[in-house]
Design a protein around this ligand. Structure first.
Ligand code: ADP
Ligand code: MG
Length: 687
């Protein structure tokens, strides 16, 4: 709970639910609300929710689902006098920025009646009635409140994205509803159903922007589907005549053409990730600077998941006169956040996709690769051009390539690593394998995740969660990172391990890696370099950064620039560390324990090795590395600061797959330690 919820310009607003009063304060915002397409369906939506346990709402992006439905429920009294409404989002920045918008519409301060809860950040209070949460955070809430008894209504938003956490959450909601809504029903969960007695029934609303509503409706025993009509205008689609090898350059050229030759209106460019967005934004900004004063100006905005919500607000500001806004976004702008004023959409046809690559011999790893989008995404992107008037969509791929795309994206549960969600579920005494899911994961991925959890000591050979596993699950981290922090207790170096894990948990990378400047960068960072590799180098950076605590923000920024370090990532890591310290206190891990200034990092590396046992590789006679627990051959990433590139044994944070498999975030560890750990891994975990 945060006391520093920032106040809105309208100042001393009352904390009341008298909504008619609110309209007096800010008529413009209330006018905008009323003008949304969903307004005409308001009464029907309220009626459906009043009369039914589950309602599926399907509506065009921008029609007003996310911002209006929770308010309708509140205003319609559907959450009781004091009950809470949760609305889930797959992305944190969507959760925070939409909460901010709804607080504005309710004319209350963010963090009072309307709040949010995302990993490492929360703005709620006792008066919170509408809470935006990420799907990851609501799963954590289940651990302390398995029946979600705080909530009268739960809205699952962006269900069409089919993230693994959303899918698991939807499955959990079905069980919870049986227990709360039919506690005495033999059919409704048998004995365990009585657990829900005394708690008011739960209403579930599933919201989706694509045509997959039937699947959700069927899953919930033919729940009603309410269709919200959007306001759409025709969009003219252009395909390229040839394949474009460099989509960033193609996007740049297309933008130039639009800016010089095409009708007025803002431009939205879809790119796969932050790096492409930032580099193209720089190029367009420098182009814009050279425009003559008399020409139409260009205002560049960016939008990606790890961006602060305040920066997203910029895209909602009215474009100044004689200016064209150019928004560079990831697929966050596909359905999560609607931007007004867009007439032209440039679609690179790419996005970043997480995929678990299972090896044929039982090993596997998560990858984040740039891949083709699906036809359904392409249609969503196109639709963003026709919200307010006739629009244009420039696809940087051929019509044949469009026809070759998958119709819709495979659900995440079918393609990512399962260790983390399975551990969360085990905490709730639920086995993923037994859960009734929208789609089932691959058997081999389930087996691999169980093996990982066993090696980490989170479960025993009977697949039961261990006390250590329970502690691991209480950290909002990947199980391996949580394991490192818990292992640090045995090696008396919690402070150091927390420093490193905090940096690894930040949303952007600490070390900027610019291939052309690799030598210059290595020189600038030489003083942080630890011969054992990247983990202790990170620790040295954090220690140096902390010495700047009393300096101004601009001095800190300058220092980071000089050493090619990402300041955003360090600042975020410090905030994350604070949160992790609180969890440590709850788990009785004394975070102040430290090995001090010593250069001997062995205890730290041992703690990390206990966690990264699945991410260990052994040097082979031919000079390559092979995974200790799998069979993939890996290379040390050229950006790694490890001195001895022929160290007998290494651990790494992740594998990245480009032309070859590279290990990134690498440290060398004594081979004897690794062997000992491998031998011990199959023994029952210490209780
Ligand atoms: P849906 O969920 O159906 O896609 P939303 O409820 O997210 O629709 O959006 C409804 C409208 O609210 C959109 O026109 C969008 O532009 C507007 N909107 C959302 N957030 C903001 C904001 N922070 N500032 C101004 N307008 C916003
Ligand atoms: Mg929405």
């Amino acid at each position: 709970m945060s006391k520093d919820a920032h106040s809105k310009p309208s100042g001393d607003m009352k904390r009341s639910n008298k909504h008619s009063k609110a309209a007096v304060h800010n008529p413009e915002i209330q006018r905008q609300r009323r003008a949304l397409p969903i307004t005409s369906g308001r009464d029907a939506i309220i009626e459906h929710i009043r009369n039914e346990d589950v309602v599926v709402i399907l509506g065009e992006t921008g029609s007003g689902k996310t911002t209006q439905v929770p308010q309708y429920i509140l205003e319609g009294g559907l959450a009781g006098d004091a009950g809470m409404i949760a609305i889930t989002q797959p992305r944190r920045v969507a959760a925070t920025s939409l909460a901010d918008r709804v607080a504005n519409e309710q004319e209350v301060r963010l963090g009072t009646q309307v709040g949010y809860s995302v990993r490492f950040d929360e703005k709620t209070s006792r008066s919170t009635r509408i809470k935006f949460v990420t799907d990851g955070m609501i799963m954590r809430e289940l651990m302390s409140d398995p029946l979600l008894s705080k909530y009268n209504v739960v809205i699952v938003d962006e269900a069409h994205e089919r993230t693994i956490r959303t899918d698991i959450f939807i499955a959990s909601l079905k069980t919870i509803q049986k227990q709360r809504n039919h506690p005495t029903d033999e059919d409704g969960g048998g004995k365990s159903a009585t657990k829900g007695a005394g708690i008011p029934p739960l209403k579930v609303i599933i919201m989706s922007a694509t045509m997959d509503a039937e699947k959700f409706s069927k899953f919930f025993d033919k729940a009603s589907i309410v269709y919200v009509k959007g306001r759409t205008h025709p969009v003219e689609i252009f395909h390229t005549s040839q394949h474009q090898a460099d989509y960033v350059e193609a996007a740049l050229k297309t933008f130039y053409q639009i800016h010089t030759d095409r009708p007025d209106g803002d431009v939205l460019i879809f790119l796969p990730g932050q790096e492409d967005i930032e580099s193209l934004a720089d190029t367009i900004r420098s182009f814009a600077k050279r425009l003559p004063h008399t020409a139409k100006q260009v205002l560049v905005c960016t939008m990606f998941a790890s961006q602060p919500a305040a920066q997203i607000e910029k895209v909602f500001k009215t474009t100044p006169a004689n200016t064209r806004k150019c928004i560079l976004a990831t697929n966050i702008a596909e359905t999560s956040i609607t931007i007004p004023g867009v007439v032209h959409v440039i679609d690179t046809g790419k996005h970043k996709q997480k995929r678990f690559l299972a090896g044929d011999t039982g090993g596997g790893f998560d990858t984040l690769l740039t891949r083709d989008i699906s036809q359904s995404s392409a249609m969503q992107r196109t639709g963003r051009a026709g919200r307010e008037s006739k629009g244009y969509c420039y696809r940087l791929y051929t019509e044949a390539a469009f026809k070759d795309m998958a119709r819709s994206l495979e659900p995440e549960i079918a393609r990512v690593g399962l260790a983390s969600p399975m551990l969360d579920l085990l905490c709730l005494d639920i086995e993923l394998e037994k859960l009734e899911l929208l789609d089932r994961p691959d058997e081999s991925n389930v087996v691999f995740a169980l093996k990982a959890l066993l090696f980490l000591g989170a479960i025993d050979a009977q697949k039961r969660i261990t006390p250590l596993g329970r502690k691991m699950a209480s950290f909002p981290l990947e199980p391996s990172h949580a394991r490192a922090i818990l292992a640090s207790k045995d090696h008396a170096c919690t402070r150091e391990v927390l420093d490193i894990i905090s940096v690894l948990s930040a949303s952007s990378k600490l070390f900027m890696d610019i291939t052309e400047k690799r030598d210059e960068i290595a020189e600038a960072r030489a003083k942080f370099k630890h011969s054992s590799g990247d983990h202790l180098t990170i620790l040295n950076v954090v220690r140096s950064y902390e010495q700047l605590a009393s300096e101004t923000d601009s001095a800190k920024k300058k220092w980071c620039r000089k050493h090619f370090l990402n300041e955003k990532s360090l600042a975020e890591a410090m905030a994350i560390r604070e949160q992790l310290r609180q969890v440590c206190t709850r788990c009785e891990v004394y975070w102040k324990v430290s090995i001090g200034e010593t250069v001997d990092g062995d205890p730290v590396l041992r703690s990390l090795a206990a966690a990264l046992i699945l991410n260990a590789a052994i040097l082979q006679p031919d000079g390559t590395y092979k995974q200790a627990m799998g069979h993939a051959k890996v290379k040390i990433h050229p950006g790694s600061l490890l001195t001895d590139k022929k160290a007998p044994a290494i651990i790494y944070d992740e594998l990245v797959y480009t032309t070859q498999i590279y290990a990134r975030g690498v440290s060398s560890i004594p081979k004897s330690d690794l062997m000992q750990m491998l031998a011990g891994a199959l023994k029952p975990a210490p209780q």
